[in-house]
Design a protein around this ligand. Structure first.
Ligand code: HEC
Length: 149
C-alpha cells in the first residue's frame, strides 16, 4: 500500500477514537451535572417541606386522620400535578378527594415561596415515598404557577 494512503487511514482511525471519547466524556459529564442538580433540589425541597408542610401532612407524608390528606400515596397528586403546584403557593379550600376519601378543610398557602422553592418542594414530594416523577425544573414550575387561578 502506498505510504500516504496508509497514514491517512491510520489518521482516520485516530479521529474516530478521538470523537468517540469526546462524546463519551461529555455525556457522562452532563449526567453527573443533572444528578447533582436533582440532589440539590431534593435536599432543599426536603428542608422546605419540613418547615412548611410536615406539621399537617406529617414527616412521613401520611397525613392525619380525616383532617389532613396523605401525600405519600395520593392519586390526587398523580392526576393534578398543576393544581398541586398552585395549592402550595395559594392554598386551597372547598374539599378534594384523595384515594377515595373526601377531605374538606382549608389548606393555607405559602405565598412567600419563590418559583424555585416550589420546584424544590415538588421535586421532593414527587420523588419520595411512592412517587418517582423525576426533577421538577424551575422553568416548568414558573410556567404552571403563572397560570394559577
Ligand atoms: C395547616 C395544615 C396544612 C399545611 C401546613 C399544608 N397542608 Fe397541604 N393540605 C392540607 C389540607 C387540609 C388539604 C385538603 C384541602 C381540602 O380539603 O380542600 C391539603 C391538600 C394538599 C394536597 C392535595 C391532596 C393530597 O393529599 O394529595 C397536597 C399535594 C398538599 N396539600 C401538599 C402540601 C405541601 C407540599 C405543603 C407545604 C408547602 C402543604 N400541603 C402544607 C393541610 C395543610
Amino acid at each position: 500500500m502506498n505510504y500516504n494512503l496508509r497514514f491517512l487511514i491510520l489518521d482516520f482511525r485516530f479521529l474516530i477514537v478521538g470523537i468517540s471519547l469526546f462524546i463519551l466524556i461529555n455525556c457522562s459529564q452532563t449526567k453527573t451535572e443533572s444528578a447533582n442538580k436533582f440532589t440539590n433540589y431534593y435536599r432543599q425541597g426536603e428542608q422546605l417541606y419540613t418547615k412548611n408542610c410536615s406539621n399537617c401532612h406529617q414527616p412521613n407524608g401520611s397525613g392525619l386522620g380525616r383532617v389532613y390528606p396523605p401525600i405519600n400515596q395520593s392519586d390526587y397528586m398523580q392526576e393534578n400535578f398543576e393544581q398541586v403546584l398552585c395549592l402550595i403557593r395559594n392554598g386551597t379550600q372547598g374539599g378534594l378527594t384523595v384515594n377515595g376519601t373526601h377531605y374538606n378543610q382549608a389548606m393555607p398557602g405559602v405565598p412567600s415561596l419563590t418559583d424555585i422553592e416550589i420546584a424544590q418542594i415538588a421535586t421532593y414530594i414527587y420523588n419520595t415515598w411512592s412517587h418517582q416523577r423525576g426533577i421538577v425544573e424551575v422553568t416548568e414550575a414558573s410556567r404552571i404557577l403563572k397560570q394559577c387561578e
